[in-house]
Design a protein around this ligand. Structure first.
Ligand code: S6P
Ligand code: ZN
Length: 167
C-alpha cells in the first residue's frame, strides 16, 4: 500500500497469504474427508491481504480475509482461529461481503457466536480467540483491525480446539 488510503477493501493490498487445506488439515474434525480431498486437490480455504504495519504498539494493523464457501466433511470452511499472545489485545471484525459466523471463545472455553454480514461489526474483546466460519454458498469477505504488535497463538486452538459448529 503506497498511500494512506484504500479505495476498495475487496481488492489486493499489502502482504498476501493463501491458506490451503494441506495447511489446515489438523483443524478439521473429519480426517478421512481431509485425506479424500487432498488425494485429488489442495483447495484454497481462504486468502488474506494484510497491511504491513510496523510491529509497534502505536500502530494498528488490518487485514481483509476472503473465506471461500465449501465443506470438509460436515464442517464448513473456517479460518484457523487464534488467541493473541497479548491478553490485552482486542480486535474488531467488520463484514464486507457475503455472510457467515464469528466464533469467540475465551481461555475457559466460554463461547459466543455472532452473525457476520456486510456492515456488521463484531468486537472480539481482550482474551478472546476468534474464528470465522463460512456456512453460506458465497464468498465471505471481512476486515479485521487490531494493534500491530500482536502475535497469534494458533497452538492453543490446535491442541484444545474451538467448540465445533457443524453446518
Ligand atoms: C488478525 C485477524 C485476521 C486473521 C485472518 C486469518 O489478528 O484475526 O486478519 O489473521 O482472518 O485467520 P487466522 O486465524 O488464520 O489468522
Ligand atoms: Zn486476531
Amino acid at each position: 500500500m503506497r498511500s494512506n488510503m484504500i479505495n476498495d477493501l475487496r481488492k489486493p493490498y499489502g502482504k498476501h497469504l493463501v491458506r490451503r487445506l494441506s495447511g489446515l488439515k489438523d483443524y478439521f474434525a473429519d480426517a478421512q474427508a481431509v485425506r479424500r480431498i487432498l488425494s485429488k486437490s489442495d483447495p484454497i480455504i481462504y486468502e488474506v491481504y494484510e497491511y504491513d504495519a510496523p510491529k509497534k504498539e502505536e500502530h494498528l494493523t488490518f487485514a481483509t480475509t476472503i473465506l471461500y464457501p465449501g465443506k470438509i466433511g460436515r464442517q464448513s470452511y473456517f479460518t484457523k482461529g487464534h488467541f493473541h499472545y497479548r491478553p490485552d489485545a482486542a480486535e474488531v471484525i467488520v463484514g464486507i461481503a457475503g455472510a457467515g459466523l464469528v466464533l469467540l471463545q475465551d481461555r475457559h472455553k466460554r463461547f459466543e457466536t455472532h452473525p457476520l454480514k456486510p456492515q456488521a461489526l463484531i468486537y472480539s474483546r481482550p482474551g478472546r480467540a476468534h474464528r470465522v466460519v463460512n456456512n453460506s454458498k458465497r464468498k465471505l469477505v471481512f476486515l479485521s483491525v487490531c494493534r500491530a504488535d500482536v502475535r497469534h497463538d494458533y497452538e492453543t486452538i490446535l491442541k484444545k480446539g474451538f467448540k465445533h459448529i457443524n453446518q
